[in-house]
Design a protein around this ligand. Structure first.
Ligand code: SIN
Length: 541
């Protein structure tokens, strides 16, 4: 565990006096509307009232954008043992085996339940159609409307949420901090659509706030993915871990001026090849699985080819695909390419890697409980131990589904008395306001994202990691003491907090493992590092 007083954020980002703030009371508060938050909400609502909040609209999540699919054992020639073995092998020695077994074994049943709830997966005859991604020894990726899997699942879960009278959905509610009283979470303070502060008292709280891709200049993630949940939990004293493990996706559309967009790995699973700018297929030189090598291997190989050819990107070649089948099977990518006048039957798709999935996060046990009482975490914000040092493609929607259900069940199990017992609590925290008129949060955010891409990116080494910490520390000195009044500023503070944790953890892991590659220490060091790096806020700060 580490944490230093100088660089620690203060406990709350805004002054709080619960007695003079608008108040809501709920049995269970769920923060975030990706697959994990929605599934947790549905589960918790079987036992108690739920308030589900998200900072944008219900659809602003990584889940909504997930293309490839959801992994599970669905074929007769596949087995739990093989899915478990693939997950453990990809995780490079630090997966939690108990969690891997739990998630893999619940997969088929929870996917069947999704279909019962109206998710229409693509079918091959009367079976769910499955495809393959890197690291999977069998086809086991279920998909829906081709490359719209996340959206189709989320829509089905949202319909279910809307049918339940005991679920109160509040969109455009930015949770600034969870409120704790002696290591017990008693709810959260946030800012509603009208710009008013509100306290939501809750007998239990589930963080399902999603990922952190927006901490990097290049990312597949939507704007919402600013790592708020990790920062919120860290400020409250929760243990966070594996912060050095950011997974980069090898193939993001790279067109200068266009926003980056994911080009699903299932395209490579179905035969797309990677070519460098000199038209050479290169992955065969780097790994025996070629284009289906683990994502970290493909990402580094692409960087290497970009460097060797002096190019800003490489290409995906699908000219050999049947054009009509492609448009049917990958409608989102087909439309995307068309919108940039790329005729995929004749032309190559320019791609390069970008930040995709945050493996680390708020540490939970196998029931989704964090180190703070009555605070649970599930989905990308959580570190359950499923992924180890590298995530197997399409295991994350599965994890969100399984841990959403588990966390929802546990969190709704104890608030029999609802939040009534919290009615007489008062939490106060005074913070002196400091002048922020000269501060350009936009500039800080952009500079931070560029710094992370350069210094804490696909390959790392000691000096740039140390430099990143010094620079973030300097920016923190004049950003973290400010009190903002909008999500944009709070997000900036959250981003600074989490970026520093990532750089610190990456510096501490003096070896290469999974998605964490140290140029100065390219070998895996099982003797010293077959474990997790945990970080927790220094309580004096
Ligand atoms: C993809 O479709 O390539 C992304 C799937 C994932 O990251 O799990």
């Amino acid at each position: 565990m580490m944490g230093s007083k100088e660089t620690e954020p203060r406990r709350y980002l805004v002054p709080i006096d619960t007695a003079s703030t608008q108040q809501l009371f709920t049995d269970c508060l769920v923060i975030g509307t990706g697959i994990a938050g929605l599934r947790a909400t549905i589960q918790a609502a079987q036992n108690c009232g739920v308030t589900l909040v998200c900072k944008g609209s219900l659809a602003d999540s990584n889940t909504w954008n997930a293309q490839g699919g959801i992994a599970s054992v669905l074929a007769d020639d596949d087995s739990f043992a093989d899915h478990i073995a693939d997950t453990l092998a990809t995780g490079c020695g630090i997966c939690d085996r108990e969690v891997v077994e739990l998630v893999v074994k619940q997969g088929p049943c929870l996917i069947r339940q999704l279909t019962d709830w109206g998710t229409e997966f693509d079918m091959a005859g009367d079976q769910i159609d499955i495809t393959v991604e890197g690291g999977h020894s069998h086809a086991r990726i279920a998909h829906a409307q081709g490359d719209s899997t996340g959206r189709v699942i989320a829509e089905a879960l949202m319909r279910k949420v809307k049918q339940k009278p005991n679920i109160n959905v509040i969109e455009n509610f930015f949770v600034i901090d969870i409120i704790t009283d002696e290591n017990e979470c008693v709810g959260a303070i946030g800012c509603n659509r009208a710009g008013e502060f509100q306290v939501i008292w809750a007998a239990s709280t589930i963080l399902a706030t999603g990922g952190a891709g927006r901490l990097y200049r290049e990312t597949t993630n939507p704007e919402a993915a600013t790592a708020d949940g990790i920062a919120i939990a860290y400020r409250a004293g929760a243990v966070v871990r594996d912060m050095e493990f950011m997974q980069f996706h090898p193939t993001t559309l790279y067109i200068a001026g266009a926003s980056r967009a994911l080009i699903t790995e299932t395209l490579r699973g179905e035969g797309a090849m990677l070519l460098d700018s000199e038209n050479n297929r290169f992955m065969t030189d780097y790994h025996k699985a070629a284009e289906l090598a683990p994502r970290d291997v493909v990402s580094r190989a692409i960087l290497d080819r970009m460097l060797k050819t002096g190019s800003t990107h490489v290409y995906l070649d699908i000219r050999h695909f049947d054009k009509k089948h492609f448009a049917r099977r990958f409608p989102v990518i087909s439309e995307l390419c068309e919108s940039f006048d790329i005729d995929v039957s004749k032309e190559l798709i320019p791609v390069r890697p970008s930040a995709h999935y945050m493996i680390g996060g708020v540490k939970t046990d196998s029931e989704g409980a964090t180190s703070i009482r009555n605070l649970y975490a599930c989905g990308e914000v959580a570190s359950t131990g499923l992924h180890g040092a590298n995530r197997l493609g399409s295991n994350s929607l599965l994890e969100g589904l399984v841990f959403g259900k588990i966390a929802g069940k546990l969190a709704s199990g104890h608030p029999k008395a609802g939040a009534n017992h919290l009615k007489h609590r008062r939490i106060r925290c005074d913070i002196a306001l400091s002048d922020r008129s000269r501060l350009d949060a936009d500039d800080v955010r952009n500079s931070l994202r560029a710094l992370m891409w350069r210094n804490v990116g696909i390959t790392r080494k000691a000096q740039p990691l140390a430099e990143a910490q010094e620079i973030i520390d300097f920016w923190q000195r004049y950003v973290m003491d400010k009190v903002f009044d909008s999500a944009y500023g709070w997000e900036c503070q959250n981003m600074l907090t989490v970026c520093l944790l990532m750089a610190q953890a990456a510096e501490k892991r003096v070896e290469s493992r999974g998605v964490h590659y140290r140029e100065d220490f390219p070998e895996t060091d099982d003797k010293n590092f077959a474990n997790h790096i945990e970080l927790t806020r220094s309580l004096q700060a």
